[in-house]
Design a protein. Structure first.
Length: 105
């Protein structure tokens, strides 16, 4: 289980680097700061899944939940969202070392 969490953390980190690199290239090309919102990236990659998640949020939580998700997640830069996901998955899959060392009784 820890291996899968660390693997998904690595994949999220790779996606964050790709999104950040793409934003940096666009920023240099336009001579202005450009950040791609996570919502527009998700809409470009999988519009059906985004619509499904929005419908599920509206059904189970209501319009306030959809507005909260839109404000907290979908409007944030994609690289930042992927970095937070990578960090949370890494924390969940982290293997703690023994407090007393190898030879603890």
């Amino acid at each position: 289980m820890r291996f899968l969490l660390r693997l998904f953390s690595f994949l999220a980190l790779v996606l964050a680097v790709i999104a950040g690199t793409t934003d940096a290239i666009e920023s240099v090309a336009l001579s202005d700061v450009v950040t791609t919102p996570f919502g527009s990236l998700w809409a470009d990659v999988g519009p059906a899944s985004l619509a499904l998640v929005k419908q599920a949020l509206t059904t189970h939580i209501g319009d306030n939940g959809l507005q909260l998700a839109d404000d907290l997640l979908l409007r944030q830069p994609a690289f930042a969202v992927f970095l937070v996901i990578a960090l949370l998955l890494w924390i969940a899959g982290y293997k703690r070392r023994a407090a007393a060392g190898r030879f603890a009784a």
